[in-house]
Design a protein around this ligand. Structure first.
Ligand SMILES: [Fe+2]
Length: 229
């Protein structure tokens, strides 16, 4: 299993706050069947530029525990900002050697402007946008409103593992998966307590309710993008 969304870099953002916490998070992820992951710390264009972010990220990478066998692809979770499709430097924040850019959408109504900016990313930046934790927009109804239009414009979707834990949210996430609107799974893990990795619960439920082929397809999609196949 590949975890496309994590905050495991020590002291980079509101995720792991120490090397020890990172080591423990990596150990748990591995126990949950993860073999590869994307480290995707928050990037806010209003706070720093990509250059400053990358310098900070480089320092955090140097502090990563060395004893893990997990393959780690470094990227970012880029918060949407108007006109982001014209910011060439964002190509430096893509995940590893892939062309994937993890984008965090606004937690309010998505305007047509927001959607058009996102849909312009492939042609303007040559990147494939992946909307982070689409399950978190379930209550707003935004994802259901725009998912077809976004998918038609080469936008992909990542769902958080925690969505599969509870009733209504689990039913919603399974429906999206079965209808082909979830491309990647992520733990979006931040720490060992309130936002710990919960991938094994998710994979068990997907396998049981949607089928082993669906789960295998998710793993294959992630591998294809990350390994450039
Ligand atoms: Fe996140």
């Amino acid at each position: 299993m590949i975890d496309l969304h994590t905050h495991i870099l020590p002291q980079m953002d509101d995720g792991s706050q120490s090397v020890e916490e990172t080591a423990k998070l990596l150990e748990i992820l591995q126990q949950q069947g993860v073999t590869e992951l994307a480290a995707t710390p928050h990037f806010y264009a209003s706070r720093e530029n990509p250059e400053a972010f990358l310098l900070r990220r480089e320092e955090c990478i140097r502090n990563m525990p060395s004893q893990t066998s997990l393959l780690i692809h470094y990227g970012a979770e880029v918060a949407y900002f108007p006109g982001m499709q014209n910011c060439d430097d964002l190509t430096r924040l893509k995940i590893g050697d892939s062309d994937l850019l993890l984008v965090e959408m606004p937690f309010r109504t998505w305007t047509d402007r927001v959607i058009e900016d996102i849909c312009a990313i492939p042609s303007q930046l040559g990147l494939t946008p992946v909307l982070a934790h689409v399950d978190r927009y379930r209550g707003l109804g935004q994802f259901l409103k725009y998912r077809h239009h976004l998918a038609d414009n080469e936008v992909l979707f990542q769902c958080n593992a925690e969505a599969f834990e509870r009733g209504a949210s689990c039913r919603w996430a399974l429906k999206q998966i079965k209808e082909g609107f979830i491309d990647f799974l992520g733990s979006d893990c931040h720490n060992l307590t309130t936002r710990a990795p919960k991938l094994s619960t998710a994979t068990e439920i997907i396998q049981k309710k949607a089928g082993a082929e669906v789960l295998a397809q998710l793993a294959e999609t992630a591998a294809d993008y990350l390994h450039g196949e």
